[in-house]
Structure formats: structure tokens, C-alpha cells
Design a protein around this ligand. Structure first.
Ligand code: SF4
Length: 236
């Protein structure tokens, strides 16, 4: 399906996605994304370092982002917001620190493994190694790819259900998660800033508008979305 997209369509998608997301930085912020420098770790709202980004990637699973931010703040105040410091703590001590997170005991165990691995091979190396990341329980394809992109600055587009749903509706063709990923990587190549911006933007659209019953009238994508155009014509 994807290969059938004409070069002209791909060109306009490239231009439209970047224009729309840059024009709507405020909306992205509502969904927890900060549009900032290409290599900054601060794209995830409230995260201040690569270590915090890795810690929050474990904490956020089944937990609200506001709670993750509160835990990070507490860790900062206690001086344990780094993997090196967490590696020195026991699972029980980490559990106490992150008690506000859902499934905190499981997450304490995962953080301990992550911290130990990072201490032995180095954070900089770990965040660029997908295979090693996925050896840690709780880090699957999507989380590993998000870490590669936002912490390792590796130009990959993280696969996600949001990208699958939003891009399928926008293009009016059913895409798998892998096809959605391949399409964005084909459109934006190794452009780190645009890969980050487009991931943040598409997740924002998925989180704020593109539900089972989508809120198309408020959506930043409605001008180019096939689903919206077709459903609007049907109701006229
Ligand atoms: S316009 Fe509607 S269907 Fe299209 S991406 Fe936005 S919310 Fe989803």
C-alpha cells in the first residue's frame, strides 16, 4: 500500500507535517512534549538529563506523566536522579523512592537492572544499543526505539499504536506499525530533529484527538486527513 504513495504526496506530507507541528508547539506541550534543540534530552516535559529520560521510560509504564515528574523531582532533591546513584541502592530502597508509581516493586527491579547495566557498559553506549536495551525486562520495541531516538540520538522512528492509527486515517490506507515506521523513516531519513518532532506530533494527535470516536473538528491534522474529509462529505 505504502509503495503506491506518489512522490508528490510524499513531498507534501513532508512539508505539511513539519509545518503543522511547528505551528502547534503549544498543543504538543499540552501532551507532554517540549520542542527544543535537536540533541537535547529535554523533549520529554520535565526531564533534564539522559539518565532521567531512561529512568522515566520505566516509570511511565501504566503511570501518569505527572506522577513520573513528581518522582523525578523527589529523586533530584535526594541526589539519586542518576543511574550511577541508583545502582548503589537496593531494590527495596529504589521501591521506596518510586512508591507513587503503579507496580512500583516491579519497576524497582527493572530500574535496578537498568542501573547495573548502565554502570557496567556506560550510559552513552547503552542508549545506542537496541539489543542491550531490550535485554532489560519491561523494555520492548517501542520503548527501546524511543530511547534510541531521544536519549541516543539515533535516527529511528519509534513504532507505536498512535502512529499506526493516525497515519492510517490521515492517508486513508491501513498501515501496520512497521509500515508506519518505515514510511516516516523514508520521509525524514536521518533528520533527527524532524524524526523527534514528527513522533511527538503524531503521539500528540493520538493522545488528544484521534480516539475511536475522533475529535476531528479540533484536530491539527484535519486539513490533510482523508478520514476527516470522507466523513465530512458523508454528513453533508
Ligand atoms: S482529523 Fe480526525 S481522524 Fe484525522 S488524525 Fe485528526 S482526529 Fe484522527
Amino acid at each position: 500500500m505504502r509503495r503506491a504513495l506518489a512522490e508528490e504526496v510524499k513531498r507534501s506530507l513532508r512539508t505539511d507535517f513539519i509545518r503543522i507541528f511547528k505551528e502547534n508547539e503549544r498543543v504538543l506541550r499540552e501532551a507532554g512534549w517540549i520542542v527544543t534543540d535537536e540533541k537535547s534530552p529535554r523533549w520529554w516535559d520535565g526531564v533534564e538529563s539522559i539518565d532521567e529520560l531512561l529512568i522515566s521510560s520505566i516509570l511511565v509504564q501504566m503511570t501518569k506523566w505527572e506522577t513520573v515528574k513528581r518522582i523525578l523531582q523527589k529523586m533530584r532533591e535526594k541526589g539519586v536522579n542518576s543511574l550511577e546513584r541508583l545502582a548503589e541502592l537496593s531494590e527495596e530502597e529504589i521501591g521506596e523512592l518510586i512508591r507513587q508509581a503503579n507496580f512500583y516493586k516491579t519497576k524497582a527491579k527493572r530500574l535496578k537492572s537498568l542501573a547495573s547495566l548502565a554502570s557496567s557498559i556506560g550510559v552513552e553506549k547503552l542508549v545506542k544499543d537496541e539489543g542491550m536495551l531490550k535485554e532489560i525486562e519491561g523494555i520492548g520495541d517501542e520503548t527501546a526505539e524511543a530511547i534510541l531516538l531521544f536519549a541516543g540520538n539515533v535516527p529511528v522512528f519509534p513504532r507505536s499504536n498512535y502512529a499506526k492509527k493516525v497515519l492510517s486515517r490521515v492517508l486513508g490506507i491501513e498501515l501496520s506499525k512497521e509500515e508506519a515506521k518505515e514510511l516516516i523513516e523514508e520521509l525524514f531519513g536521518k533528520d533527527l530533529f524532524n524524526l523527534k518532532l514528527v513522533h511527538a506530533g503524531i503521539v500528540t494527535v493520538g493522545k488528544l484527538y484521534c480516539f475511536s470516536k475522533p475529535k476531528c473538528n479540533s484536530c491539527v491534522f484535519k486539513e490533510l486527513c482523508k478520514y476527516y474529509t470522507v466523513s465530512r462529505n458523508e454528513t453533508v
